[in-house]
Design a protein around this ligand. Structure first.
Ligand SMILES: NC(=O)c1ccc[n+]([C@@H]2O[C@H](COP(=O)([O-])OP(=O)(O)OC[C@H]3O[C@@H](n4cnc5c(N)ncnc54)[C@H](OP(=O)(O)O)[C@@H]3O)[C@@H](O)[C@H]2O)c1
Ligand SMILES: *[C@@H]1O[C@H](CO)[C@@H](O)[C@H](O)[C@H]1NC(C)=O
Ligand SMILES: *[C@@H]1O[C@H](CO)[C@@H](O)[C@H](O)[C@H]1NC(C)=O
Ligand SMILES: *[C@@H]1O[C@H](CO)[C@@H](O)[C@H](O)[C@H]1NC(C)=O
Length: 315
């Protein structure tokens, strides 16, 4: 019995491996629009796809980001300045993309732009703190997707959303996890709708990677702490903050330096004939966070609180 099971499993993985190696044709004529190309995953992805010969339309938040990226890439790559929270800018960007791609349509839309700050224990934060993150990570992403969809449909292309393991398992408070859960939920419903139009969707769920987003998180925790009302400060105590910062340092030290694990997943989602629905990127995501997200809640709670500090006035 075990023998047949092993053969079946082997056959399954071989078929998957073989199917996933098939690459779509004429990549050099295909356009891909990526948000958040100033740094991190977006920046590396833009350079990687440019080298691969695709026509990259890179949206950066800052002028400097755009100039730096242009310097490192071929003249095929074009840049635009885009803050995804401003609808007029998103509409203008969609117009610009339409001009660039002509009647070919947009082959790939990569929703990568995102922020993590402010994060921290929920009680440290205000509604505005939540709104700031959700505005970028969820509403900005929805806005970009809705504006670009007609162009993607015309190319029967692909949409790729970068969410996070925190979209499966919230570990810290603040708007980050709710925003990423929102992206997961929207993705799942839109995928079913767009199937009828030949548009394919993939979600990338990275673990911890050493990008500016993660590196600045300790400093941002301290900033948030300085705004916390004094009664709440007393409740948690200074040593809570220090322990939290220690955890951040640990996570940063252990975070993967190899951003290729993420950008290769995105490249696969864009170039394979058979893209996956979900990609978990990084060993921590594959072996710890995603499996843990399938466990009973009581077990997940126990595991995650083991790593969290105790507030000073805990009962
Ligand atoms: N690093 C990780 O461990 C990790 C793990 C899971 C998921 N992620 C996700 O991966 C994605 C990329 O993050 P990253 O780690 O590569 O961080 P990053 O280096 O900070 O990249 C985020 C990019 O988005 C841009 N951006 C911020 N606000 C924007 C706005 N309103 N409009 C347009 N662009 C904006 C940033 O521009 P500036 O640089 O100019 O601010 C930056 O280029 C995010 O969605 C993040 O949630 C990261
Ligand atoms: C690739 O391009 C060639 C020449 O432009 C065209 O004949 C062919 O149909 C294209 N293939 C696909 C899958 O679009
Ligand atoms: C990406 O996110 C947007 C907005 O949440 C959603 O409409 C779309 O379905 C998502 N697509 C994928 C592939 O996740
Ligand atoms: C980074 O990951 C890619 C796989 O996506 C692998 O091919 C490469 O060797 C890795 N690089 C390093 C330095 O580990």
């Amino acid at each position: 019995m075990w023998f047949y099971l092993a053969v079946l499993l082997g056959f399954y993985f071989f078929r998957r491996w073989y199917r996933e190696r098939q690459i779509v044709e004429n990549l050099t004529e295909k356009y891909v629009f990526i948000t958040g190309c100033d740094s991190g995953f977006g920046n590396q992805l833009a350079r990687q796809l440019d080298t691969r010969g695709l026509r990259v339309l890179a949206a950066c938040l800052t002028q400097k980001g755009a100039e730096d990226l242009k310097r490192l890439t071929s003249d095929r790559l074009k840049t635009i300045i885009l803050d995804i929270t401003i609808t007029e800018n998103v509409a203008a960007a969609a117009k610009w993309v339409k001009q660039c791609v002509g009647n070919k349509g947009l082959w790939g839309l990569v929703n990568n732009a995102g922020i993590g700050d402010p994060s921290g224990p929920n009680e440290w934060l205000t509604k505005d703190d939540f709104a700031k993150v959700i505005n970028v990570n969820l509403f900005g992403l929805i806005d970009v997707t809705l504006h670009m969809l007609p162009l993607v449909r015309a190319a029967r292309g692909r949409v790729v959303n970068v969410t996070s393991i925190f979209g499966r398992l919230p570990y810290i408070g603040g708007g980050y996890s709710p925003s990423k859960y929102g992206v997961e939920a929207f993705s799942d419903s839109l995928r079913r709708e767009l199937h009828s139009f030949g548009v394919q969707l993939s979600i990338i769920e990275p673990g911890a990677f050493s990008t500016p987003l993660l590196k600045s998180i300790e400093e941002k925790f301290r900033e948030t702490w300085s705004r916390v009302p004094s009664d709440i400060k007393e409740l948690y105590g200074e040593q809570y903050l220090e322990k939290l910062c220690k955890i951040c340092q640990r996570i940063n030290k252990d975070a993967s330096q190899n951003l290729s694990l993420v950008t290769d997943s995105i490249e696969h989602a864009l170039t394979s004939c058979y893209p996956r629905t979900r990609y978990a990127a990084g060993w921590d995501a594959k072996l710890f966070y995603i499996p843990l997200s399938y466990m009973p809640t009581s077990l997940t709670d126990y595991m995650l609180t083991c790593f969290m500090p105790e507030p000073a006035q805990a009962v």
